[in-house]
Ligand binder design. Structure first.
Ligand code: DAH
Length: 497
């Protein structure tokens, strides 16, 4: 049985209770107040290109070392199989799978209309190579370039994306997204009515997705989900929105039908009569689309948030020098879908080079559920410490939410952290990754205590060491834990208890 992250992790998207988020595997941020060893180097070299370091540099070696693995195109890799399943839903689209993960701040944020103070730009959320260059936080970073090249009406972009993150079985700081977009050239039609009618005809050709769809809101809402009235006639945007929704309903049906088949083939209990698949559309906000939605799917007892999408912001197309084109775009996270399709229980497995993992997937055969090959014993170790007196601590218990919103622009529901917290639990996540890498399965806060007299705060975290590939000896786990304890003192001045 696989588990998605606690629902509260996703509340930065403003998801209603009970909806799980598939758009990205993580919705938490890491605040890092120290510079990694890499940041202290004069420059970083990636793909033969050198990036001079500066005060923004914060990309650690344990992340950079994975750059260029290209799991999304590795033959028979589950992420590649999930990508191909999605691509197959968009015949005639051009598929871009080799756009580089290093992009400019302009590509990642400015070109998409992110406000200059958008929290997604902060070093707490994003890996900077230097002040002008980041590891892309989403595949949308390439939208303007691909629109400018204008080599196809429809396209997908798939690749690795990078976001600072917590540690558990569904969260990893590198994951993969697939982006899709379709535009039409309005200048090819003699009137707005002809243009809208043409899109309506395309929509009619898509046919029904044959699924129950809840779509309670009007296409536009003046405050919550506005029409781009300066650029679009309502009937044009209506037609584009309807085409967008129907296209993505077809895709959702394809994905979840495949997931159902795989489950039924492996598990007799899963063959029992299930409630049919249901889809619902929820209003959303993204800087690069308006109106915008999230698509949720009711599958085997859960509402799953699958993707974000909307009518492309016209200024973006104007910036791309294709001002007469109009259309829609969407983006989704591949890991969560692949975990669901194949029943993969731990996100670290995607990075495994172990044949017992890789040997289980075949892109030329129907999707089959993953059979766990072994589960090595967990080695939990606790670390308790007093945080330094100055400033408050920022910690995330299951009841709290991320300290910053998604780089995608999802709704902010959490209060920002104090300006200069003396400790942020994501500092600990970074130390754990730097020291123990993928040998840690989970880090969770298990106790928090304020001394009644001194007012000092004490935190206790449980670090669960468990390799996916071997049994960690007691000594190995102890050594890693000791190093982490030492680093916490050296970097953050905590007092161990
Ligand atoms: N870029 C968004 C993210 O990373 C996902 C997304 C939302 C992509 C809406 C789109 C879109 O193209 O239209 O979360």
């Amino acid at each position: 049985m696989f588990h998605l992250a606690p629902v509260s992790r996703c509340s930065i998207f403003g998801l209603p209770p009970g909806v799980r988020c598939l758009l990205r595997p993580q919705c938490t941020a890491i605040l890092r107040r120290y510079q990694s060893n890499d940041a202290r180097k004069r420059s970083l070299t990636i793909d033969g290109k050198s990036y001079p370091s500066d005060s923004w540099t914060n990309a650690p070696e344990n992340i950079l070392i994975q750059y260029g693995r290209r799991l999304h195109v590795q033959p028979n890799h589950p992420l590649s199989i999930a990508r191909q399943l999605i691509e197959s839903c968009f015949p005639g689209f051009q598929h871009h799978n080799s756009l580089p993960g290093v992009v400019t701040v302009d590509q990642n944020f400015d070109s998409l209309g992110f406000a200059s103070d958008h929290p997604g730009r902060s070093k707490t959320d994003t890996y900077y190579l230097n002040q002008d260059t980041v590891l892309r936080t989403h595949t949308s970073a390439h939208e303007v370039d691909v629109f400018r090249a204008n080599t196809s009406n429809g396209y997908t972009i798939c690749g690795d994306v990078y976001r600072r993150d917590a540690i558990d079985r569904t969260h990893y700081p590198i994951f993969h997204q697939i982006e899709g977009a379709l535009t039409w050239d309005r200048s090819a039609f003699k009137s707005s009515e002809h243009f809208s009618q043409h899109i309506q005809n395309d929509l009619a050709r898509l046919g029904s997705a044959g699924v129950d769809v809840e779509d309670p809101n009007p296409t536009f809402h003046p405050e919550r989900n506005p029409l781009q009235a300066k650029h679009h006639a309502a009937e044009e945007a209506e037609a584009i929105a309807a085409h967008l929704k129907r296209s993505l309903e077809h895709m959702a049906v394809a994905i979840f039908t495949a997931a159902d088949k795989a489950l039924k083939a492996s598990d007799h209990a899963a063959q029992e009569e299930q409630e049919p698949l249901k889809i619902r559309w929820v209003e959303a906000f993204f800087p690069h689309t308006s109106p915008s939605w999230e698509l949720e799917v009711w599958w085997r007892g859960d509402w799953l948030e699958v993707l974000g999408c909307g009518v492309i912001e016209q200024p973006l197309l104007i910036r791309a020098d294709v001002p007469s084109r109009m259309g829609w775009a969407f983006g989704l996270g591949l890991e969560r879908l692949a975990m669901l399709l194949f029943g993969i229980p731990d996100i670290r497995l995607f990075w495994s080079k172990d044949q017992r993992f890789l040997g289980q997937f075949d892109e030329n055969k129907p999707i089959k559920r993953f059979q766990p090959f072994s589960k090595y014993p967990a080695a939990p170790r606790d670390v308790a410490f007093w945080i330094p007196d100055a400033g408050a601590a920022v910690v995330e218990t299951p009841a709290t939410t991320s300290s910053s919103p998604s780089p995608a622009g999802g709704q902010i529901t959490a209060a920002p952290p104090p300006d200069t917290p003396s400790f942020h639990e994501n500092d600990l996540m970074e130390v754990v990754r730097d020291t123990a890498g993928d040998s840690v399965e989970d880090v969770s806060l298990i106790d928090k205590f304020t001394h009644p007299k001194t007012g000092r705060q004490s935190l206790c975290y449980r670090i669960t060491y468990r390799s996916l590939e071997k049994t960690l000896t007691t000594e190995e786990a102890n050594d890693l834990h000791e190093q982490i304890r030492r680093e916490l003192v050296a970097r953050f001045g905590v007092e161990l208890r």
